[in-house]
Design a protein around this ligand. Structure first.
Ligand SMILES: [Fe+2]
Length: 242
């Protein structure tokens, strides 16, 4: 149950409707540990007014060696549990691809990639260093007909040190996905600072929870009452188009 004050502060989430970044398929990555945890989080999303959750397991070298088949199978298991539980929230799956040599090979080989909506491809990078050939990889993604969405740019040190680089990436056709919890400094103070810079500079195309567990979700729902979240929502993120 949500506390009493929450009911008074609950924002109008019709301007969001869909969450596009989470880790709710158990045991595929560092996300939820069990089906019951996934179900509880989905129940909470539904209570908040969300109509759909697009969950995005990591695909990262041998560390998270997920394939479309593995993800599809686990998604079907979760869908079965969701319908048994009487929830009406819709669940889809894509993936969060780590930009490394393996990912570049997948692009070169024209492997099947998991996208969401209008061919959006969620990609994360190293937290520390700008990937070599970042511009070339973005070009390659676009030339294959995908729309690159950079996951949580506000968390990357190389962008915290040079926020203007975000504007350059947007000019090159990259879309930016902000983690809602970044707004309140859940990850770090520099992350919060860049998150708010992105809101102020209107360089946000998608909002995501990046929910890995119930603790994340509890912080997420508190962040929804924050002024900067409402300001981010007023930028009309593309979530509603999905
Ligand atoms: Fe993630």
């Amino acid at each position: 149950m949500f506390p009493f004050f929450w009911k008074r502060q609950k924002p109008d989430l019709r301007q969001l409707r869909v969450d596009i970044h989470s880790h709710l398929l158990p045991q595929l990555d560092d996300g939820v540990k069990s089906m019951s945890e996934a179900l509880e989080i989905l129940r909470n999303f539904e209570h908040l007014g969300f109509e759909k959750v697009i969950t995005t397991p990591h695909i990262m070298g041998n560390y998270y060696a997920n394939t479309p088949e593995i993800i599809e199978r686990k998604l079907n298991d979760l869908k079965t549990e969701v319908s048994k539980s009487g929830l009406s929230i819709e669940i889809e799956a894509a993936a969060e691809y780590y930009m490394d040599d393996q990912f570049i090979s997948m692009l070169d080989n024209k492997d099947q990639l998991l996208t969401f909506g209008d061919n959006y491809l969620l990609v994360e990078t190293s937290y520390m260093n700008e990937p070599m050939f970042l511009n070339e990889v973005l070009f390659k993604i676009k030339s294959l007909g995908f729309k690159p969405v950079i996951a949580h740019p506000e968390r990357y040190l190389y962008l915290q040190e040079k926020p203007e680089k975000i504007l350059e990436l947007v000019d090159r056709g990259a879309l930016m996905q902000l983690n809602v919890n970044s707004i309140i400094g859940f990850y770090s103070i520099p992350t919060k600072k860049l998150a708010r810079w992105m809101v102020d500079h209107e360089t946000i195309h998608f909002l995501g929870s990046d929910c890995h567990n119930l603790k994340h979700f509890n912080i997420y729902q508190k962040t929804l009452g924050q002024r900067y979240f409402k300001k981010a929502l007023s930028l009309s993120p593309l979530n509603t188009s999905l």
